[in-house]
Ligand binder design. Structure first.
Ligand SMILES: *Cc1c(COP(=O)(O)O)cnc(C)c1O
Length: 437
């Protein structure tokens, strides 16, 4: 059954609901071989799960274990000398990750460092970039901000002697709407105007999957005299980013979602190079932020590394970084974010088609429709009478499909172009169809 034509990236595709088409799409997909580079959990039937929760925890690569083992071996062989021995010496080990990570977020090498974890990095950067004055003291966040971001911002405001009741500005979608209108975001920034110190928004909203217009937000924030930071937890490794050229002041992200570095893995951090060498910025200091050539003289005069590395506090978690290296190497091999996004857009369009055609009004997507406003994740609300969304998610698991459930009423599913196939998408929609019948 041929249905409608979809024009995508210059290609004219005729989607159908046939499983054979899903398999044909996989057969011609240039990234299809990457799937075999990942370890995919087993479903209840003993086959591979349809793993659509890479937005929550990405999968290990087949080489992750070897990268980690290599560091365990070096530890066993060298002991403390491992810090300074060989090309993978631990003292500068984080630098092995910088170039690849900078490519992923669209930044220069001196603007990116891998360290700590997301919320910790957010606090460290707010210490530097949230400098409230009685005139300019507000932080703008979204009403549905991830709770950790909300807590971090609230506690930063209190820590400086201000009150979230008057210094925290929250931005919500209009009544009856799910996502933020671009004009409303810009209007909120303009409204706070001279009282606005920092705009802190997500690159991709974790619940709805909406991609926010980061360039427009940055311009509006700067026009208001405010600084802008992005939480890229759901954006890094999912959509192409251009932080430096957009002029974004700072950003933080985690590496265990689309960057596959494993549970609790080390976080990422970006500061625009107009700020990196600014010695007037308040900053929490640690020995890993001082220059390595004097660090071990145990000098007590802080001599900042002239890059974002000066925000580092502690020596780095090498095993976690080894796992991240494995994943970044696989992403490079796949052709980087351009190649991933190319496939991702086709997967999104294919998923949209199947949802609409097979499920019709039994399910409602609250993710924006235009490709430019979304990444890999779709957020679905079950509208079929007699089916609670949470039960549907449990039944999906019994059908070998891993999705996640987010309170109050949304199932999130994210086909990840590195390891999800078109057949996975077909199996997901077929399982939903059976469950909701
Ligand atoms: C996943 C996620 C986090 C998690 O924070 P950690 O400090 O890594 O535990 C924070 N914020 C957002 C928006 C997220 O999606």
């Amino acid at each position: 059954m041929t249905d409608r034509d979809t024009t995508l990236s210059g290609q004219r595709l005729e989607w159908t609901t046939d499983l054979d088409q899903a398999r044909a799409l996989d057969a011609t997909d240039q990234l299809a071989p990457m799937r075999s580079r990942f370890l995919i959990p087993t479903g209840p039937d003993g086959g591979r799960q349809v793993y659509l929760v890479g937005n929550s925890l990405g999968l290990p690569t087949t080489s992750t274990r070897h990268y980690v083992d290599a560091e365990l071996d070096r530890w066993a062989a060298l002991g403390v000398a491992g810090h300074f021995t060989g090309e993978q010496a631990w003292a500068p080990y984080h630098r092995l990750l910088t170039d690849q990570m900078a490519m992923i977020v669209g930044a220069a090498t001196e603007e990116v460092v891998v360290m700590n974890s997301l919320t910790v990095n957010l606090h460290l950067l707010l210490v530097s970039f949230y400098r409230p004055t009685p005139q300019r003291h507000k932080i703008l966040i979204e009403a549905h901000a991830f709770p950790s971001d909300h807590f971090a911002v609230e506690s930063q405001i209190r820590q400086r002697g201000y009150d979230p009741a008057t210094s925290l500005e929250v931005l919500a979608p209009r009544g009856g709407e799910e996502t933020l209108r671009h004009a409303d975001i810009v209007a909120a920034i303009e409204r706070s105007g001279s009282e606005l110190a920092v705009v802190l928004l997500p690159g991709v909203q974790y619940y709805t999957g909406q991609v926010l217009p980061m360039l427009d937000i940055t311009r509006a924030a700067h026009a208001a005299g405010a600084l802008v930071g992005f939480d890229l937890a759901h954006a890094a490794g999912n959509i192409p980013l251009d932080l430096h050229d957009w002029g974004v002041d700072f950003a933080v992200w985690c590496t265990y979602k689309y960057l596959n570095a494993g549970p609790g893995a080390v976080g990422g951090c970006y500061v625009h190079n107009r700020h990196v060498a600014d010695r007037s910025l308040p900053k929490l200091l640690g020995w890993w932020g001082t220059r390595p050539d004097t660090r071990f003289e145990m000098a007590t005069t802080f001599d900042p590394i002239p890059t974002v590395e000066s925000w580092q506090l502690s020596n780095a978690p090498i095993l976690s970084m080894a796992a991240l290296r494995a994943s970044l190497d696989v992403i490079d091999e796949a052709g980087g974010m351009t190649a991933l996004r190319y496939k991702s857009e086709r997967q999104i369009a294919y998923l949209d088609f199947l949802l609409e055609r097979v499920l019709g009004d039994r399910i409602q997507s609250i993710t924006p429709r235009p490709l430019a406003e979304r990444g890999a994740q779709v957020a679905l609300r079950v509208t079929s009478p007699g089916h609670a969304g949470e039960d549907v998610q449990t039944k999906l698991e019994q059908h070998g499909v891993a999705c996640d459930w987010r309170h109050p009423d949304v199932i999130r599913a994210a086909p990840v172009p590195l390891y999800n196939s078109f057949e996975d998408i077909h199996r997901f929609v077929a399982a939903l169809d059976r469950i909701l019948r």
